[in-house]
Structures are given as C-alpha cells and as structure tokens.
Design a protein around this ligand. Structure first.
Ligand code: ZN
Length: 78
C-alpha cells in the first residue's frame, strides 16, 4: 500500500516550493580563439578549439550530410 501524506500543505508552502523551480542561465567563458561565449571545460562549438589547440576541424566537419556520421565520442560535452 503506497504511503500517503498525512496533512495537506498550505498554499503558502506550496508557493514557496514552486518559487524555487526555475531555469538558471549557464555560466559561460569566452573562447580563447574566437571570443565566442562557450560553456567552461568544453570544446568551442564555433571554432573547435579547446585550451588553445584545435581539437575538431570545423571546416572539415561542416560538409553537408556528414553531421550525423561525423559525431563521434571525441567531443567533450559536460
Ligand atoms: Zn572558439
């Protein structure tokens, strides 16, 4: 038999709980190569650089039709 709440919560308490439910804006850092805002500790989606090195060749990757097959496990998405 499933457990049931003993007493109902007041509307104020319900409102306090729901006030905490919100989306947060992710913190970003500027890419060292192209100055685009990117998520920290991730490869830049614009130029494919991470820590000053080119990790993904974006010019090679942008060919049409390759997007589905080219996405390997090399991307560092946290
Ligand atoms: Zn970049």
């Amino acid at each position: 038999m499933p457990q049931e709440p003993k007493k109902r919560h007041s509307r104020a308490r319900q409102g306090k709980r729901r006030a905490a439910i919100k989306l947060t804006v992710r913190e970003t850092v500027l890419c060292s190569n192209c100055q685009t805002p990117v998520l920290p500790h991730t490869i830049c989606r614009n130029c494919g650089f991470y820590k000053g090195k080119e990790v993904i060749n974006m010019a090679k990757k942008k060919k049409p039709g390759e997007e589905k097959s080219a996405s390997g496990g090399t991307e560092n998405t946290a």
